[in-house]
Design a protein around this ligand. Sequence first.
Ligand code: NAD
Length: 439
Amino acid sequence: MERKEAKIAEAKGKLGVLLPGLGAVATTFIAGVAAVRKGIAKPIGSVSQIGTIRLGKRTDNRVPKIKDFVPLAGLNDLVFGGWDIFEDNCYEAARNAGVLDKDLLKQVQPELEAIKPWKAVFHKDYVKKLDGKNVKTGKNKMDLADQLREDIRKFKSENNLDRMVMVWCGSTEVYIEPKDDIFKTLAAFEAGMRDDHPSISPSMLYAYAAIAEGVPYANGAPNTSVDFPAMVEFAVKQGVPVCGKDFKTGQTLMKTILAPGLKARSLGLRGWFSTNILGNRDGEVLDDPESFKAKEVSKLGVLDYILQPEVYPDLYGDFYHKVRINYYPPRGDNKEGWDNIDIFGWLGYPMQIKIDFLCRDSILAAPIVLDLAIFMDLAKRSGMHGIQEWLSFFLKSPQVAEGLYPEHDIFIQLMKFKNTLRHLKGEELITHLGLEYYD
Ligand SMILES: NC(=O)c1ccc[n+]([C@@H]2O[C@H](COP(=O)([O-])OP(=O)(O)OC[C@H]3O[C@@H](n4cnc5c(N)ncnc54)[C@H](O)[C@@H]3O)[C@@H](O)[C@H]2O)c1
């Protein structure tokens, strides 16, 4: 079948990356990009920088880097800006986060010091464990969103930017189920903003401001911010790509790698117990039950969707799944995640798998921030708008069209991601059928 290449605007000029929340993840991302630019380190873990894509037949030997295949913004063209409730510049915030060592940070100190957080839109009702002074005041939530829009415009003009993207790296807000009528239509939501409706959280105001300014928005945290009909309506109307939510790192990354493998071999599951210890600020915020609830909802769905208990009642009809996060300060950002997995095989004989993942939370998340920023910009330049399901690969709880279930299997997500890139460039999609090699 003859395929047509999509019209993709050139990636010319500077790309502004707007970051609500300049904490551990955001500063590890910014410092990392600065280090890579200087040739001090390599962008390990970033699909946009390192990943390749096979084109055509296996015998064709065409395996370019993704960044040489589709026109992506280059690392030298990224400019960073962001908001935080604390006044620390990015160097101080990175030092406090304690993810990267002092020597590395020293080498990128001027770049990091130059990034000072703008006043945030924040209210303690939505993140109970934090309190900061660098916060805007306004007459209502619409006014606060207008102030964010002003920041975005100023950032664009001061830095002479061609385009922008926003990636939420702020703390996990309390769980809000978008059930109220205000979430159903854009008109109702905007009225809710003017009336200071309590179910409208700060992250929703950032998302609203981004979309209003035509800026793609990706949500890296598990709280609701763009995943309800009013915001999708707004994104489509403005021609803006959106995606979420919750960066796929650590334990859930492992889960979505392993569970598809067990299912592929028709092995059964009796129980999956996951527990974590972490001691960074994220861990402290998640120590509040209402923020943990948002995380729990995001983490728990994964197994049900991958294992399909209703399709495989003998294997997965009755498994127990529990996720715990424990705040344990001595570990800082170096999380430890344990999984105990009770499986069963031939004739129902039980077996166990134990995982002890000594990971580094922000080291796993930083390249995802980069990839989401880069691919959301590609989406916008390709004329894509609304929910970007093809970026599920990077997310723990992917946002999908109403009525669809999310695809969590990382291998299906990867295929979808790469086929979307092939589709954009008018290349043959790869199905792995491969009969042609045996004709
Ligand atoms: N690190 C990971 O592996 C990972 C994985 C998935 C999701 N996440 C999510 O990413 C987010 C960032 O994680 P982190 O480790 O950098 O946390 P962090 O606590 O170090 O940083 C979050 C920052 O956001 C700021 N903030 C909170 N509310 C804000 C608001 N309304 N406006 C502006 N700034 C605000 C906080 O002051 C803090 O500096 C968290 O929500 C976390 O759950 C992280």
